[in-house]
Design a protein around this ligand. Structure first.
Ligand code: SF4
Length: 315
């Protein structure tokens, strides 16, 4: 790219923060303002290194085990949600709890709990070990079977197939989820699909934007942390479309070598990556030779979720 005066940066739209991430961060910030430091947060509030470090600097303490939280503390559950067991343990330890679980994840939890009461078992499409998957599977004490790929579908063994429901992690690849869903339906034709699809609007919009972006550029840079499911999926979407793509946690990770001979650089960010990081990446790419920025048209997102009780603004 060096010395190529025509090199441009093409920005995907929408990109970056979704309503669930915005809300989760605001919950921690408001809790810090209202109750003072420290505020304990179970797991990374959202999967982004910059966000977590920023909140740590303001007085948040991130923990995995509730036994690490002193009695009487204020505790926030992360945007990914928690299992019933974690919820109950937190209650029994007497913490002052604020739940930053994204309402779109909570919607899945409510559906799972309701259907289990009606006698359903579940096939869950998701990534093993992801906190959202642990939280959703932990809404019930059994009868929920995780599949990560089409080949897993042949191996799954529910105890019956009459009352079987499908549930999906909110941040999956739309295309992969569609393939796995088709395999589940082929094997279990009676399976009940969610009324509203589980993959969230933000995941869908960001993947659609990358599909529009990728064919127009020589390389796609995704701003996101390695732990961020939806950011990883954005990089994969670009790669599957045949466009070289890299995910970076910050501008420092950009390598000059990637841009050699490239004249159009696509840029997007996962739902947990703040715009400040995108701006820093833009500055770095400019320093490497880009001279102009073009923004693609995309869906304008207006979703906003309310604060939990106790953290709403005083009138
Ligand atoms: S990516 Fe989707 S499910 Fe996750 S926090 Fe954002 S809106 Fe909620």
């Amino acid at each position: 790219m060096n010395n190529n005066l025509n090199a441009e940066i093409v920005l995907a739209e929408p990109r970056g923060f979704c309503a669930g991430v915005d809300r989760a961060i605001e919950i921690v910030e408001r809790a810090l303002n209202k109750f003072g430091a420290p505020i304990y947060v179970r797991h990374e509030i959202v999967h982004n290194t910059y966000v977590v470090n920023d909140l740590k600097a303001k007085g948040a303490i991130f923990i995995e085990e509730l036994s690490d939280v002193p009695p009487g503390s204020t505790l926030v559950f992360s945007a990914h949600g928690v299992s019933k067991a974690v919820q109950q343990e937190a209650l029994s330890r007497g913490f002052h709890i604020f739940d930053a679980t994204c309402p779109l994840v909570s919607k899945v939890h409510i559906e799972v709990a309701k259907l289990q009461k009606e006698g359903y078992e579940f096939i869950m499409i998701g990534h093993k070990g992801h906190p959202e998957v642990e939280g959703t599977m932990g809404q019930v004490t059994g009868g929920i079977h995780l599949v990560e790929s089409v080949s897993d579908v042949a191996r799954v063994q529910p105890s019956q197939s009459e009352k079987l429901a499908l549930v999906t992690q909110t941040t999956l690849s739309m295309d992969d989820a569609a393939d796995i869903t088709a395999a589940v339906i082929a094997r279990f034709p009676n399976v009940r699909s969610p009324k509203q699809k589980d993959i969230c609007y933000a995941t869908q919009n960001r993947q659609d934007a990358v599909k529009l972006l990728s064919p127009q550029v020589d390389i796609v840079i995704v701003v996101g942390s390695p732990t961020s499911s939806n950011s990883n999926r954005l990089r994969e979407v670009a790669q599957k479309l045949g466009t070289e793509s890299y995910m970076v946690d910050s501008a420092d990770e950009l390598q000059a070598l990637w841009f050699e001979g490239k004249s159009r650089v696509g840029l997007t960010a996962g739902a947990s990556a703040p715009e400040i990081l995108v701006q820093q990446v833009i500055e770095r790419i400019k320093a490497l030779g880009a001279v102009s920025i073009r923004k693609l048209d995309g869906v304008q997102e207006t979703v906003k979720f309310p604060m939990p009780k106790g953290l709403k603004m005083e009138p």
